[in-house]
Design a protein around this ligand. Structure first.
Ligand code: NI
Length: 139
């Protein structure tokens, strides 16, 4: 485990009260644990936005499989990015609607390109990319 440092933070009382309520709701053991989590999240998001470094995550899609050629198009897009797609899970939600979850791994910018392509396809009702930085440099 890496060396730990302590630092003080000044906050408006109201902001701290809100933060404590959030900590309670989320079930964090301490403020430190919550702040560590927030920082990791923020660093991961910033690394992702910059498009540098390795990333892992998921792309979640909800779509209507009755839209002509959609299923084929989504498969084609995934094949174009075969190096990034690690695994897929398909769930038939209802008669028309499907849920697909892709586990992705690779360069953040390429994962984002794949996700934009899939989520932007006509007939995809909802899509979400969730990425976390996979870099060893992240504490
Ligand atoms: Ni289905």
């Amino acid at each position: 485990m890496s060396k730990t440092s302590r630092f003080g933070v000044s906050l408006a009382e109201e902001l701290l009260r809100e933060f404590d309520r959030l900590i309670d709701r989320k079930g964090y053991a301490s403020r430190s644990e919550a702040i560590r989590d927030l920082l990791r999240d923020y660093l991961a998001e910033e690394a992702w936005k910059a498009g540098r470094g390795p990333a892992v995550g998921t792309v979640t899609l909800v779509y209507d499989h009755h839209v002509p050629d959609l299923q084929e198009k989504l498969t084609d897009i995934q094949h174009e990015h075969a190096g990034v797609v690690v695994s897929t899970l398909h769930v038939h939600l209802e008669r028309h609607r499907c849920l697909e979850v892709l586990v992705v791994r690779g360069k953040a910018s390429e994962i984002r390109a794949l996700a934009d392509h899939l989520i932007g396809a006509r007939g995809v009702k909802h899509g979400k990319l969730t990425l976390v930085a996979a870099g060893k440099e992240l504490p």
